[in-house]
Design a protein around this ligand. Sequence first.
Ligand code: BGC
Ligand code: CA
Length: 298
Amino acid sequence: MQHGKIEVAVKLEMSLGESPVWSSKNQTLHWVDINNGNIYSWNTQPGDAPSVISLNEQVGCVALAEEGLLAAAASGVKYLPEQGQVQHLVDNAEWDAQGNRFNDGRCDAAGRLWVGTIAGDETSPTAALYCLEGGKLEKRLSSMGISNGLAFSPDQRWLYHTDSLSRCILRYSFDVATGELGQGEVFVDLEQLGLPGVPDGAAVDAEGYYWSALYGGGRIVRFSSSGGLVEEYSVPCPHPTMVAFGGDDLRSLYITTATQHLQTAEDKHAYPDAGSLFTMRIATPGLVEPSAQPLRNR
Ligand code: BGC
Ligand code: CA
C-alpha cells in the first residue's frame, strides 16, 4: 500500500461512521455508526468482516476501557464488558432536558473520559463538554453547538477541542494530574487557512501533529503543533468524520465517513464508497490510546 493513498478498508454505507479507536492490546479497531446505534470491532484482516453490537439508541463515541469498552450513548455512558451485560454508568442530563445526544469523546492519560454533546438541532449553543471521573460527569465547557475534535498533545499539556460550528480548533492548557483546563486559544481557524468544511474528529500523532477530518470538506488535514497546515489528503467522499492510528506499527490511519448529508441520488452516485471505513499508510506513527477508568477517584 502506498503512502498518501486513501483506500476503502471496509465497504459500508454507514449513516454517520465515527469514533475510530485502536486497541493496541487486542490489535482491534472499534468505531460506531452514531445514527444506527452500532458499535463495530474489526481485526483489520482484509476479507474478515467486523463484528457489530447494536444498542437501542444512538451512540456518539466509544473509548477503550479495562476489559471492554465505554460507549457514550445518546442517553448516557455505558460500560460494555468483554463478557457479560451492558452496564449504565451515568445519565446525559441534556438528553432528557433538550434532546442533546453525546457526540465526540476521548480518554486522557489518567483514565478520565472527556465527552461532549451536540445540540438536537445541531445549531443552538446548548451543548457542552464533560469530564467523567470517579463515576461523576462534570461540565467543563459550555455554550457550544457541536462538541468535537478532542485530542491531547503527547506530553498531555494541551487538550484540543472544537465547536465544529465555529470552524476553529482551540487548545487549552491541561494538567493531567488534576484534570484542570486553562484558558483556551485558537489553534487553527479554517476560515483563515481557506479550508472547506468544518473541523470534526481528530487524533494527534507521536510528533504532536494534529490530524483533523474536515466534514463537508472531503479531506484530512495535518497541522503542526503550532497550527501550520503541513499535509492534506483528499478523501473520496465529502464527509470524513474522524481518524485513528492503528496497526501493529500505529502507521495505518483509519478514517470513518458519513452518508447522512448526501441528499440527492446524484450525490450518492458520485460517492459510491461514502459511509465506508477508509485507510491510508502514513510515515509518522500515532500514539497508544489510553484506557478509561471511569469509576476511579484521584
Ligand atoms: C456529528 C454530526 C455532525 C458532524 C459535523 C459530528 O461529530 O456527530 O452530527 O453533522 O459532526 O459537524
Ligand atoms: Ca465527530
